[in-house]
Write a protein that binds this ligand. Structure first.
Ligand code: UD1
Ligand code: CA
Length: 477
C-alpha cells in the first residue's frame, strides 16, 4: 500500500538576480508562470494536498496559486507564509503543520519548472514509509549547489552546501536538485532538530539527510542525467535558456509526429496571454511551419496546411490545405477563429475573434476580419475591414472598403449576399443588406439596403472651391 502524496512547494525566496518587480516564481516560461508549471506537476502526480510556502510578494504569489490550480486540479491547495525567510528547512517547517502525518511529502521549488512527471513518480517510488529519496544530477560545473556526500560503499551520508564544503567536497559532481521525498512521520522530528550554525546562518532542509542516516533511515539518491529537469531560474539569462530548451523539446515532439518545422530553434508554443491551460498545437499530416512562428492557446492545423514565416496564431482552427502567408496575425481570443480548407490568408492579414472563413476564401494583405462569416470562395484581397459582416459565397470585396459597423453606441450587421462585387474604397454603413449578385461602384458610401442584381453608385458631389486659402497661422500669446 502506498502512502498518499502531499507536496510542499517552496516559493518564499526573493530572487534578486531577476532584477524584476515580478516575483521570481511568477516569471513566465512558455507564457505560463513558473509556479503554474510546478502546480501542473502536482496535478500529474495526483497529489492529495499541496502547500505553497510564500513570503516575498506573498499576496501576488498566493493569488497566482488560486488561478493556477483550478477547481479541476483534484487536490487541496493551501498557502502558508514564511516570514522572515530563514532557509529551506524553515520554509518546510511552516508547511508541515498543514499536512496529515500519514503521507509521503514531496518537496519542490516554485522556480524549477521543467521536472518531468515520470521523474518525480520514480523519486516518490524510491521513497517509502521508512525511506527518503533525493533527486540528484551530475553536473560538469556544480558550483553553488549542495553536494551529495557518499560513504564507503556509496551510501548517501549527507548533503553539504557549497558555502560550507571543503575543497574535497567541492570536487564532487553529484548535486542535490532541491527536490526530495520524505515520509511525513519522520520529517516532523528531524525539522525540530535543525540548527543554523552554518556559513549562511540558515536552517537548511538538506541537514535532515544526515539525521536520517543517523536514525538508520536509508536515503536513496535518484540520479538523472538531464540537468534541464532540475534547472532553477535565477536570472533573465537562465530564464531565456530554459525557455529555448523547453521550446526545442516541444518542437522535437511535433517533428516526431511528422510536423515539418523549418527551424525548431525558431518555434514557440505558449499559453494564451489571457491565461488558462498550457499552449496546445494539434497538427494533421504534412503540415509545414516556417521560421519564427508563435502559437498560443489552442491551435489546430489541418492536413497539408502551410504556415509562412513570422505568423502569430492563437486560438484558431486552420483547415486542411490552407496557406497562411508570412506575418499574419490570427487571434481568436476566447471566441475562436476558423480558416476553411484551402483558404489563402495574408501576407500581413489580421483575423480577430469570430472570423469564420469558408473553403477557398482569400484574405490578402492588410485586411482585418472580426466577428464575420465569409462563405466559400469569398475574397477580400487588399486593405479592407470586415466587422460584424455576413458575406456570401464568391463575394469580391474591393480594396480600401470597410464596413462602418459601429455608430458610436451600437454595433450593427452588414449582410453581403452571394456573388456581390463591392468596388474599391466603399463605406458600407450598417445595418444594411446588399442583395445577391449586385455591384457597388467604387467610392460609394452605401447607407441603405440594395435589391438583388442592382448596380449601386452612391458618391457625394464633388466640391471644389477655387481661390480658397488656408487660414494664416496666428502668432502665439
Ligand atoms: C538549495 C539547496 C541546495 C541545492 C539547491 C538546488 C538547501 C539548504 N540547499 O540551495 O542543496 O543544490 O537548492 O537548487 O536547501 N526558499 C524559501 N524560503 C527560504 C529559502 C528558500 O521558500 O527561506 C525557497 C526559494 O524561494 C526557492 C527554494 O526555496 O524556491 C530554494 O531556495 P534557494 O535559496 O534557491 O536554495 P539554494 O541556496 O539554491
Ligand atoms: Ca539560498
Amino acid at each position: 500500500m502506498t502512502a498518499p502524496l502531499d507536496i510542499i512547494i517552496m516559493a518564499a525566496g526573493r530572487g534578486t538576480r531577476m532584477k524584476s518587480r515580478t516575483p521570481k516564481v511568477l516569471q513566465r516560461l512558455a507564457g505560463r508562470p513558473l509556479l503554474h508549471h510546478v502546480l501542473d506537476q502536482a496535478v500529474r502526480l495526483q497529489a492529495r494536498r499541496v502547500v505553497v510556502v510564500t513570503g516575498h510578494a506573498a499576496i501576488e504569489v498566493e493569488a497566482a496559486c488560486a488561478s493556477g490550480a483550478g477547481a479541476g486540479a483534484g487536490f487541496d491547495l493551501q498557502t502558508v507564509r514564511q516570514e522572515p525567510q530563514l532557509g529551506t528547512g524553515h520554509a518546510v517547517q511552516q508547511a508541515v503543520p498543514l499536512l496529515a502525518g500519514d503521507g509521503l511529502v514531496l518537496v519542490l521549488s516554485g522556480d524549477v519548472p521543467l521536472t518531468q512527471a515520470d521523474t518525480l513518480a520514480a523519486l516518490v517510488a524510491a521513497a517509502g514509509a521508512d525511506r527518503m529519496a533525493l533527486l540528484t544530477v551530475q553536473l560538469p560545473d556544480p558550483t553553488g549547489y549542495g553536494r551529495i556526500v557518499r560513504g564507503e560503499g556509496g551510501a548517501v551520508q549527507r548533503i553539504v552546501e557549497h558555502k560550507d564544503a571543503s575543497d574535497a567536497q567541492r570536487a564532487i559532481g553529484e548535486i542535490y536538485s532541491g527536490i526530495m521525498a520524505v515520509p511525513a512521520r519522520r520529517l516532523q522530528g528531524w525539522l525540530e532538530r535543525l540548527a543554523n550554525d552554518n556559513a549562511q546562518g540558515e536552517y537548511y532542509l538538506t541537514d535532515i539527510v544526515a539525521m536520517a542516516v543517523a536514525d538508520g533511515v536509508p536515503v536513496a539518491a535518484h540520479c538523472i542525467d538531464d540537468a534541464l529537469q532540475v534547472a532553477g531560474v535565477n536570472s533573465p539569462a537562465q530564464l531565456a535558456e530554459l525557455e529555448r530548451a523547453h521550446q526545442l523539446r516541444q518542437a522535437a515532439r511535433l517533428m516526431e509526429q511528422g510536423v515539418r518545422l523549418a527551424d525548431p530553434a525558431r518555434f514557440d508554443l505558449r499559453q494564451d496571454v489571457r491565461g488558462g491551460a498550457p499552449g496546445q498545437l494539434d497538427c494533421g499530416q504534412d503540415v509545414e511551419i516556417d521560421v519564427g512562428c508563435i502559437f498560443s492557446g489552442r491551435v489546430q492545423i489541418g492536413e497539408g496546411a502551410r504556415i509562412g514565416a513570422y505568423c502569430h496564431i492563437a486560438n484558431a482552427r486552420v483547415g486542411a490545405g490552407a496557406v497562411i502567408h508570412p506575418y499574419t496575425h490570427i487571434d481568436g481570443e476566447t471566441v475562436g477563429v476558423e480558416v476553411g480548407e484551402g483558404a489563402l490568408i495574408g501576407p500581413f492579414a489580421r483575423l480577430r475573434p469570430g472570423a469564420q472563413l469558408g473553403r477557398e476564401v482569400h484574405i490578402g494583405n492588410f485586411v482585418e476580419v472580426k466577428n464575420s462569416t465569409l462563405a466559400d470562395g469569398a475574397k477580400a484581397n487588399h486593405l479592407a475591414y470586415l466587422g460584424d459582416a455576413t458575406v456570401g459565397e464568391r463575394v469580391n470585396y474591393g480594396a480600401g472598403s470597410i464596413t462602418a459597423n459601429y455608430d458610436g453606441a451600437h454595433k450593427h450587421r452588414t449582410v453581403i449576399e452571394a456573388d456581390v462585387h463591392v468596388g474599391s474604397n466603399c463605406v458600407l454603413v450598417a445595418p444594411l443588406t446588399l442583395g445577391a449578385g449586385g455591384t457597388v461602384g467604387g467610392g460609394s458610401t452605401v447607407t441603405k439596403s440594395t435589391p438583388p442584381g442592382a448596380l449601386t453608385v452612391a458618391r457625394g458631389k464633388q466640391v471644389s472651391l477655387a481661390g480658397w486659402q488656408r487660414p494664416a497661422k496666428q502668432p502665439k500669446g
